[in-house]
Every structure is written in structure tokens, then in C-alpha cells.
Write a protein that binds this ligand. Structure first.
Ligand SMILES: C[S@@+](CC[C@H](N)C(=O)[O-])C[C@H]1O[C@@H](n2cnc3c(N)ncnc32)[C@H](O)[C@@H]1O
Length: 343
């Protein structure tokens, strides 16, 4: 059984089930949707995702057998994002069912707003908000971040990276840290929270750096004097900078789906890697990411290791348990990261 999407530029249909359903009528399909939503929410309850943060991915599309449908809790907001126009036709029901199911699975949580976004290749905002709220503050591992659903295409934090952030905690204590392509500063603030002595955040966008500053203001326990924002391209900052760092993280923007740009995302490392190595203190760590499913994990690793002679992989990073990946569905395995050390 397929969910069709004739107007989508690339994905014309998504698989709903691989065995013929006993009954193909709409009420039965809708019953299936509810069952899968409930299972997805229960999975997060079992994972205990809300234990140390209130931004949690509640349904991860194909990985939760809900193709093209993502649901994220952002403190008191439920953020529903869909990638297939099909879900628009079901949205009235989902708007009713999602809050109801959440109440059943997470009786202690209070969600006061629901926002719905149709994701698209043009990155148009396409946002619909219920409950009158389009902003909130989330707390992830003791750090507060401002969320704004109405100002940009993305909301201010990448929750799919939360588990990766947690796994990097040990690297920052007593270290200086350079965060390239920092966006709203999730890694910068996390590093400060975990004992970094000095943090430099680089982004091309003044608006995102303003947002980062706003986020710093939401965390009076963090010492702002240890942080500097650099509004510049990552490439230029590396060329102009004189400082060196114990930890450098590089998370270039998601490559677009057009074939050319994908290769450019990986090609950017050809130039940046030698420059990053120059800015790294002896014994330091490089943390590099690639955000596309079209380059395999082994291709990424091989290319990076070639560019960093004398370095080896200390840790491999990928989406965590909250973002289940389907075997045979490489699109769901889009995030690849490596921690490199000398020797
Ligand atoms: C994928 S986001 C990074 C996400 C961030 N690491 C996080 O986890 O929150 C990409 C960011 O790169 C910035 N950007 C794009 N091209 C850039 C460039 N050449 N140099 C520096 N920043 C750039 C964008 O403004 C955006 O904030």
C-alpha cells in the first residue's frame, strides 16, 4: 500500500505497508495511523527521552512507519512537520488525534500549542499555529534555547542532534572550542555549560548570531565573557584567525538535493580541513559532520581521513535511538559525524 504524492518533485509515493492490508478502506487506514502514532510516542516514553530535555522527536517519519511525518515536542509546543502533501488531507484528524494520544502516553506533560509545517524544497515557512503560540523556550541538558517557529524555515535547534550533543559532553571541560557554522549556538552553549574555557562561534548570518546572543541571555549561569561571535564565512574565519583551539567542530549546512550541491558539501572539506588542522592545538580533537544521505558513511570517512594525515577516528556519530533508521532506506541515515584525534 502506497501513499501517493503526485506533485512532489522527487518522491511520488511512500510505502505504507509491504503486505496487502486486510481492509483498504479509509477508517481502517486511519486506525492504522493512530496505532503507529501511539507506538511512536510510547517508544519515546520507554526511551525516557524527556528525562534531561524537553525537546524530543516523537515521531521520526519512515523510521516510525509514518512516512513523511515528523513530530517534535518543543517544551509546551507540538511541532508537526510533513514532507508529503498527502498528510495535508489528514491534518484535521491529526490535529485532533495527536494531542489526544500525547495526553494518554504522557499524562504529566502539558502541551498548549500545536504548529504544523509543510516542509518543501523551496524552504517556504508554510506554518499554521493552533493555540496562539509560535515561540517558546526549550531546555536541553540544562541549557535554555529560544524557539521561534514563525521567523525562519527552521525553528532554532536541531533536535535530531540532541543525542549526538549528549555524546560529546566529555570533550569540552577545560578546552577551547571553535564552532564553525554555529547557527543559533547549540554546540557553543553546550560546550560552555560543560566547562569550555573559551568558545568562538562562526556563522555567516548576523540574524543567527543575534539569536545565539539571545540564547546566551537565557542562560545567566553561563559566563558570556568566555564567548565570542564571529560573523564571517567559515572559510574566511579559518584563513584570518590567529587563535588555535583544543576542539574544532564543523557542521556545514544541509546540502540541497540537487546533485551538484551535494558534492560541494563534501568538497568544501578539501579546502577547510587543512585550514582547520592549522588552527588545532596538538592533541586536539576535530569533530566533522556531513548532512546528506547521498554520500555513504564509508565514502565520507575515507575522504576525511585522506585530508587529515596522522589522524584517526576516535568516535563515529550518527542519529540516536530517537531517530530510528530503516535498513534499506538510506534517506533516513542522513547525518554522519566523526571525532578525529591525532595518532
Ligand atoms: C546546518 S546549520 C548548522 C547547525 C548547527 N551546527 C547546530 O547544530 O545548531 C548551517 C549554518 O551554516 C551557516 N552558513 C552557511 N554557509 C556558511 C559559510 N560559508 N560560513 C559560515 N556559516 C555558514 C548558516 O547560516 C547556518 O546557520
Amino acid at each position: 500500500m502506497l501513499i501517493t504524492d503526485p506533485k512532489h518533485p522527487q518522491i511520488k509515493a511512500r510505502a505504507w505497508s509491504f503486505i496487502p492490508p486486510l481492509k483498504t478502506d479509509l477508517p481502517n487506514f486511519r486506525f492504522d495511523v493512530k496505532t503507529r502514532l501511539r507506538e511512536a510516542f510510547e517508544r519515546r516514553a520507554i526511551l525516557g527521552s524527556f528525562k534531561d530535555r524537553n525537546n524530543v522527536i516523537l515521531a521520526f517519519a519512515e523510521g516510525d512507519r509514518l512516512p513523511g511525518l515528523m513530530i517534535t515536542a518543543l517544551n509546551d509546543l507540538v511541532y508537526v512537520q510533513f514532507y508529503s502533501a498527502f498528510w495535508e488531507t489528514e491534518m484535521t484528524l491529526l490535529e485532533r488525534d495527536i494531542p489526544k494520544l500525547l495526553k494518554e502516553v504522557f499524562p504529566d506533560k502539558k502541551f498548549t500549542g500545536l504548529a504544523i509545517q509543510f516542509r518543501n524544497l523551496q524552504r517556504a515557512k508554510n506554518l499554521r499555529v493552533h493555540g496562539g503560540k509560535n515561540q517558546t523556550t526549550i531546555t536541553e541538558f540544562g541549557v535554555n534555547y529560544g524557539i521561534r517557529l514563525h521567523t525562519h524555515y527552521d525553528c532554532g535547534i536541531y533536535t535530531d542532534m540532541s543525542e549526538i550533543r549528549a555524546s560529546l559532553k566529555e570533550y569540552f571541560y577545560g578546552k577551547s572550542f571553535l564552532n564553525l557554522f554555529c547557527y543559533t549556538g547549540a554546540y557553543s552553549l553546550f560546550a560552555l555549560k560543560n566547562g569550555a574555557t573559551q568558545v568562538s562561534s562562526v556563522d555567516l548570518s548576523a540574524r543567527y548570531l543575534d539569536w545565539l546572543n539571545h540564547n546566551l541571555g537565557l542562560n545567566p549561569d553561563l559566563d558570556q565573557s568566555k564567548h565570542e561571535s564571529i560573523e564571517m564565512s567559515a572559510e574566511d574565519s579559518l584563513a584570518k584567525m590567529e587563535k588555535t583551539f583544543d576542539v574544532i567542530l564543523c557542521d556545514p549546512p544541509t546540502a540541497s538535493s540537487d546533485g551538484k550541491k551535494v558534492s560541494r558539501a563534501l568538497d568544501a572539506y578539501d579546502k577547510m580541513m587543512p585550514a582547520m588542522l592549522k588552527r588545532l592545538n596538538p592533541g586536539g580533537r576535530l569533530i566533522v559532520f556531513l548532512n546528506t544521505h547521498s554520500v555513504s558513511r564509508s565514502q565520507f570517512e575515507e575522504r576525511i581521513l585522506k585530508l587529515a594525515p596522522g589522524f584517526s577516528v576516535e568516535k563515529r556519530l550518527s542519529l540516536g535511538n530517537e531517530c530510528p533508521r530503516l535498513s534499506g532506506f538510506p534517506e533516513g541515515d542522513y547525518l554522519k559525524g566523526l571525532v578525529l584525534i591525532q595518532g
